[in-house]
Each structure stands twice: as structure tokens, then as C-alpha cells.
Write a protein that binds this ligand. Structure first.
Ligand code: ASN
Length: 300
């Protein structure tokens, strides 16, 4: 490693550390509490794409490594109405993601959830959170950030909202990347079709699309956050699981809790390494954290 690379990494870490600090500060100022991450549980996000299994046999049963804390967020809202976690996630991605430059098999997302919130509440909050954090980063590290990433600028509210199906019709299957490359500011992709997502985001009255969203970064950096309103009623959840051909017996842990009653909520998760990559215009996600692990590799 030459000196330039090394000093670059040091500054990257300073920017990332400040981003984490400011995100937490912002959420606390909005009445959130930070809860501790769950790393192992019999219950984790099924995801909408297939990854290698990360289960550990223990005590006559199994623990899974957390893929996302979605269900624990819903349960935590029984105790407190606004929560966030800097949540380490492990997703053992398959080799097809190896060269994406956007995937790590271990990453951290700022995961948040609000009781009784709507999707619009979350979109509004995420705009404020991103703008606040970017302003603080510019104040402290503006010269470095702009030298590294000449395109850096603070976006304005409201971010553009683009409907998934309209974008797909206009630009074809690769619409997300095409739009990401074309745009100069982050935008939301909303109303994602039911087949494209997990069972837990809330189905809208049209029965085809969900009340959910992704945040897409410009300049080709792609998706950096996803979330939505949630299903919380037992019958609707069973219907959605059946739609996904899920084996309900495997979901005992969750369904028992759903029966006791889940709060209505909305929330999202913002990838910390992807945010760092976007802020600094980094070529590869592996430069956006220490001890980066790419799909299909073993690394420290
Ligand atoms: N954190 C995301 C959410 O809140 C879920 C995920 O990471 N798959 O919707």
C-alpha cells in the first residue's frame, strides 16, 4: 500500500465516523432511541433474493446471522415508538454479485422504524437526515470531499419520486441503473411490485404494488436505502407468506408474535458503506469500510 492510498483510507474513516455520529445525533433530536443490534436470532429477514445459508446449530435448534433486523424493529416498537440501530448484517451473497462493486457480505445499515408512521413520513425524514448529514460533512471535510468527489453537492427537498412500473416501462429492465447514471441528485423509487419484495412491506389497495421505496443515488451509485410501510395484521401476513410459497411452520417464532399483536409502522434501512461510497465518489464499495468482505471471497 503506498502512502497516498493509506492517507485516503484515513480520511475516509474520518468522514464515515462523522456521518455515523451526525446520523445518530439527527435521529435523537427527532425523538428516537438507539437500540442494540441483534446479531443472532432464529428469526431474520428472508430477503427477496437467494443467499448462502448462515445458520449456526445451537442448543438443539438454529441461530441465523442477521440479514436485517426488520422483525426485531417491529417488535421493539412495542417498547418505544421511534427506534434506530446501527445494525451489522451478514448476507452471504452468491458469486453473481462478485463484481457489482456495490455488495459486501458483511455491512452495516442504519435501520429505523416508527410506530404509526406512513411511507411519506419516512421519505420526509430520510430527506432531512441525508441533507443534515451531508451539510455537517461538508462543514468539517468539505475540501477533502470535493477534491475526492468533485460532484459532491447538497441535494434539495423534496427528492424526486419515481414510480417503479412507469420507470420500467420507459427505460426497460435496466431502468434503475439508467436513471441512477442520468440523475444528479438522489431520488426515490416508489410503489415497487409485490414480486420484487419480501412479504413484510404493505400491499397497496391495487393488490399489485407495495407502499414502499428505495433511495437511489445518482452518478450510477445505485440503491442505498430501502423501506416501506409494513404488514402488521395476522391474516394479511399469512396471505403474503403464501404468495411467496413460504413454509409457515418455519415462521413459528414470528407468527406467534404477530398473533400477540404487532404495532402498525413504517421504516427503512440506509446502508452506511453505500452512503460513504456515494459521499466520496468511491469506485468500489470495498474502499468504504475496514475489513471489507466481497462476495465469493474470504478476507479479514
Ligand atoms: N432495513 C430494510 C427495511 O427497513 C429491510 C432490509 O434491509 N431488507 O425495510
Amino acid at each position: 500500500m503506498n502512502f497516498e492510498e493509506e492517507s485516503m483510507k484515513k480520511e475516509t474513516l474520518e468522514v464515515q465516523s462523522e456521518a455515523i455520529f451526525r446520523m445518530g445525533e439527527f435521529l435523537r433530536s427527532r425523538g428516537f432511541v438507539e437500540i442494540l443490534p441483534v446479531i443472532i436470532s432464529p428469526l431474520t429477514d428472508p430477503l427477496n433474493h437467494s443467499v448462502y445459508d448462515a445458520r449456526i446449530p445451537y442448543g438443539g435448534g438454529y441461530y441465523s446471522l442477521t440479514k436485517s433486523m426488520i422483525f426485531h424493529k417491529q417488535l421493539a416498537l412495542r417498547e418505544y415508538p421511534k427506534i434506530f440501530i446501527f445494525s451489522p448484517n451478514v448476507r452471504l451473497e452468491r458469486e453473481d454479485k462478485k463484481d457489482s462493486r456495490r455488495h459486501l457480505i458483511e455491512f452495516v445499515q442504519l435501520d429505523l422504524e416508527i410506530k404509526d408512521a406512513t411511507r411519506e413520513d419516512i421519505l420526509d425524514l430520510v430527506e432531512d437526515l441525508i441533507i443534515y448529514t451531508m451539510k455537517k460533512l461538508e462543514e468539517k471535510f468539505g475540501d477533502f470531499i470535493k477534491a475526492t468527489n468533485p460532484k459532491f453537492h447538497i441535494p434539495k427537498k423534496p427528492f424526486e419520486r419515481i414510480k417503479f412500473l412507469e420507470a420500467k416501462e420507459k427505460y426497460g429492465n435496466d431502468f434503475e441503473m439508467i436513471l441512477s447514471r442520468e440523475r444528479n441528485d438522489p431520488f426515490f423509487l416508489i410503489d415497487i411490485p409485490i414480486e420484487e419484495r419480501e412479504f413484510y412491506d404493505r400491499l397497496s389497495d391495487d393488490g399489485k404494488t407495495l407502499i414502499d421505496m428505495d433511495l437511489i443515488y445518482p452518478y450510477g451509485f445505485g440503491e442505498g436505502m430501502s423501506g416501506g410501510e409494513r404488514e402488521y395484521e395476522y391474516e394479511r401476513i399469512i396471505k403474503r407468506m403464501k404468495f411467496k410459497n413460504m413454509n409457515l411452520q418455519d415462521w413459528d417464532w414470528y407468527l406467534k408474535e404477530v398473533k400477540k399483536g404487532l404495532p402498525r409502522s413504517a421504516g427503512c434501512g440506509i446502508g452506511i458503506e453505500r452512503f460513504t461510497r456515494f459521499i466520496l465518489g468511491l469506485e468500489n464499495i470495498k474502499d468504504a469500510r475496514l475489513f471489507a468482505k466481497l462476495p465469493g471471497e474470504i478476507a479479514l
